[in-house]
Design a protein around this ligand. Structure first.
Ligand code: ACO
Length: 372
């Protein structure tokens, strides 16, 4: 039996191919290199979704449709919820808010879920900062509008482009844990809102989408490049995992790390990232890769998407405790596509378990059954 289901093929998909040996990610015939920094998030949603709804999903129609959906989502926010939801971790507040959306399998439901993930996360960040939720601008690009809603001011063109690149980079990634969870729910015939809620719940764990906040904690704790090696060795001696390194599928560098590093460099060129922070991160990355290679010579442990996610989202002024919710803003597009693809197979996902408990009669009952 294979506890982590490594190597088990559990779905056929036309959506994304993660080639772990070549370090390549393909979304519906387009390589990540061709998409990141070139396609807008709305176009990538159309790429992933077309053919999975009763109506065609056309790229040119997506920006206004998503803009209208952001207005609808904002109308569901209640100022009286601000205090209670601001007290939760942003990803938990997002989960509570998304749970209010109606379920369904159609394109309006899908658009509402993507729009709401951005609008609700931004509102939670405003509430946590003591402010109130702002009104979306339906005619703005999704990434730029969500960043404005979160920060309370219009982002620069480079900041908006960087978030857009991020959302595209994380939009879909094969049968990762959250996508698999979403497909299991969709296979039962439950709707897209149910599948997205489950995807979000799986994403939040530190072994999946919860790593980028801890990456920054690690950089802060290390403090300076010359302290990196000692700090990392001590963490590994304690048996800790270094956040932002290693991957179940990639045996070479995660291509998403390079896409995000490229976006970060562009932001740095425009003065949007502190050079010292970037230099510290690069020194920590070098030291971590060397330590991991020395300790696990038989296993390639490379930089994963979360390391540069952490730096990029920090440079955009987003607080680290919100990084998982921001990840969900992009990945929600993939969850929806996979949920529709799975639902259309009409096949329930229902694997088996191997019973390793006691045989009947071999253990004393805790309480004897009472006569009726
Ligand atoms: N730091 C230190 N050691 C590591 C790391 C790491 N980041 N990653 C793996 N290892 C070690 C394991 O402890 C294991 O050692 P062992 O054989 O002595 O037990 C060995 O390398 C093999 O690791 P696996 O557990 O088989 O790797 P797996 O494929 O199960 O794990 C995972 C992948 C969960 C991502 C792991 O690399 C990890 O915990 N990384 C840190 C957390 C992280 O960055 N998560 C984000 C992943 S990207 C994403 O989901 C969006």
């Amino acid at each position: 039996m294979n506890e982590g289901l490594e190597g088990v093929v559990a779905a056929r998909t036309v959506l994304s191919d993660v080639d772990g040996a070549a370090g390549r990610l393909v979304l519906r015939g387009q390589s990540l290199d061709a998409l990141a920094g070139r396609w807008r998030f709305e176009q990538v949603l159309a790429l992933l979704w077309d053919g999975f709804f009763d109506v065609p999903v056309e790229a040119h129609a997506m920006p206004p449709a998503l803009g209208r959906a952001r207005l609808e989502a904002a109308a569901l926010l209640r100022p009286e919820d601000a205090q209670a939801l601001a007290a939760l971790a942003p990803v938990d507040a997002l989960r509570a808010l998304l749970a209010r959306l109606p379920d369904g399998d159609d394109l309006p439901t899908a658009l509402r879920l993507v729009a709401a993930t951005g609008v609700f996360t931004a509102a939670v960040l405003r509430w946590r900062a003591g402010g109130s939720a702002l009104a979306p601008q339906a005619d703005a690009p999704h990434a730029a509008d969500v960043l404005r809603l979160a920060q309370g001011r219009a982002p620069t063109a480079q900041q908006a482009a960087a978030l857009d690149t991020y959302l595209v980079t994380v939009a879909d990634h094969g049968l990762n844990a959250s996508t698999f969870a979403a497909r299991v729910v969709a296979s039962t015939g439950a709707g897209l809102a149910s599948a997205v809620l489950v995807g979000l719940s799986a994403l939040k764990g530190p072994l999946h989408g919860g790593a980028p906040g801890p990456v920054l904690d690690m950089l802060d704790a290390i403090g300076s490049a010359d302290a990196a090696d000692d700090w990392l060795q001590a963490a590994l001696d304690r048996g800790e995992r270094l956040m932002g390194f290693g991957h179940r599928i990639y045996r070479v560098r995660d291509p998403r790390a390079d896409a995000l590093k490229g976006a970060l460099r562009q932001l740095a060129a425009a003065g949007g990232v502190g050079g010292e922070r970037l230099a510290l991160a690069e020194a920590v990355e070098r030291a971590a890769l060397a330590s991991l290679q020395a300790r696990k010579p038989g296993r390639v442990l490379e930089t994963n998407v979360e390391f540069y996610t952490a730096l990029l989202l920090e440079a955009l002024g987003l607080p680290r405790e919100a990084f998982t919710a921001v990840f969900a803003m992009g990945r929600v597009g993939g969850w929806i596509a996979h949920a529709r693809e799975q639902a259309r197979t009409g096949r329930l996902i229902r694997p088996q378990s191997l019973y390793v408990g006691p045989a009947p009669g071999s253990v004393r009952a805790v309480a004897e059954p009472q006569p009726a």
